[in-house]
Write a protein that binds this ligand. Sequence first.
Ligand SMILES: [Fe+2]
Ligand SMILES: [Fe+2]
Length: 224
Amino acid sequence: MTTVTDSEVLRDALGLLRDREEVAERLLASSAKHSFDPDKELDWDAPFEDGKWFWPPELLSLYDTPMWRRMSEDQRLELSRHEAASLGSLGIWFEIILMQLLVRHIYDKPVTSNHVRYALTEIADECRHSMMFARVIKKGGSPTYPVPRLYHNLARVLKTVSTTPGSFAATLLGEEILDWMQRLTFPDERVQSLMRGVTRIHVVEEARHVRYAREELRRQMVRA
Ligand SMILES: [Fe+2]
Ligand SMILES: [Fe+2]
């Protein structure tokens, strides 16, 4: 039977911290190499292309329903424009919550650590993403689609009181679902070039966020 001494507990804790710094260092190096300024990276002046989707049809809510079969091609394309704007609105909402959770996560941590520096880098990524989504919604000319008031207010509570494991678990859930759809969107040649560009940038930068959240959640679970 083994007994855990204080020095072993301390060694484990130091190991976790070192691991945390190493992960953050790798993510910072990757951020330095593969980060994008959507305002410069994408061609915002190009008009939308006729007959192209704003989101892959198979991912639309009505796809292959009786109603879908009665819709004209133009109506289906129009639906894709609105659903892309709806997902963009959801993305902005989600990212704003995440930014606050990250700010809270680092509030008590050493400001010169890689871990904090990476969190700030991720917040900067999310700022650019949210501005990019807003710009693409505006260019598409549809309204924004805010989440229902109840969810909006529940999230107000969550982002204020959530503890770290809860925050990172929520991050993973939200980011991975959107990520799955975006991975189907950016390679799809039937989709508008601008939408493909937006989703490509987002997929590349979100891969790091998922990694950061997954590793932090793992460390928190070891200690729990
Ligand atoms: Fe993002
Ligand atoms: Fe993210």
